[in-house]
Write a protein that binds this ligand. Sequence first.
Ligand code: TXA
Ligand code: MG
Length: 331
Amino acid sequence: MTARISDIDIEKAAGVLRAGGLVALPTETVYGLGANAEDAAAVARVFQVKGRPPTHPLIVHIGGAEHLGDWADDVPAAARLLAERFWPGPLTLVLRRGRRVPLEATGGLQTVALRVPDHPIALALLRTFGGGVAAPSANRFGSVSPTTADHVRAELGDAVNFVLDGGPCQVGVESTIVDVTGEAVSILRPGGVTREDLESVLRHPVVVPSTSRVRVPGQHPSHYAPRARVVLVEPEKVIAEAERAQELGDTVGVFLPPALADAPVKAHAVVSVPASVGAYARGLYGFLRELDQQGCDLIVASLPVEEGLGLAIANRLRRAAGPRPCEISSR
Ligand code: TXA
Ligand code: MG
């Protein structure tokens, strides 16, 4: 446990959950907005605070793989294998819903998404609380996920009863969501556990649906989006595109690819993308927030190579660049 959080804080947070309140909790991926998963009214508050459609299911966080059978029915061997290998960790398993999980938490689905987060504070809270914690990312629906407690406070303020500050998240992008209810194991959302990791444990290929048609229910084409519009171009065209838009009057922020690290750019703000994909994932949402804060109205970026964690980063950037709700309804 970090120096900033004491056992008293954990007790207090568990008390808030028991009383039907909301707790923002750190995980290794992003901060979550947690409620007692078995309390339908508390779960309803999560949807309300996020502004999230009620059909968009939540992930239920549990304290360990040994509790799988309490929350899911008919757990297949592949799920047990993955849980054993990757929990605690950035992997979410979609399984048949156990009766303990109210339909409010699953958006009416007969499946449930379960995960054991790899963060000492989250695990201490789950242990002390004793139940499951339904927690989406602690941001308003569709916007950038928080990777620090300050991001949560800035975005949700008093709507959260208690914020546990566990420092910056170490993975930085959300968990990998894997559907193990069908014949084939498929990735619904790429994330902190890579496709390559999954395949090495399962010893067979996993299905990755194309990112343009994400299968996770309730997902909007635009998600993980900053206020600024996001435009994706080939890495070698990033500078030219940024300068063109800046000349045309946009306030442009640039994600400068590692290969162009020291190149001069005429733009309002520049983020140098880290050469290490792990550092890029850790920093991604912070960079998007930073460019918003600097007043950019356009962000020009390129996609990393789509392997390992690069698959998750590319997925988030594509969705950040997706059509916004107003653009869809005006079509
Ligand atoms: O890393 C993470 O997964 C973070 C931390 C807080 O654990 N949580 C997170 O939650 O990203 P959220 O709500 O922002 O995204 C959860 C995703 C949603 O896209 C939802 O559609 C999907 O999980 N999901 C939840 N239950 C599902 C189910 N039964 N079947 C398919 N997808 C499901
Ligand atoms: Mg989210």
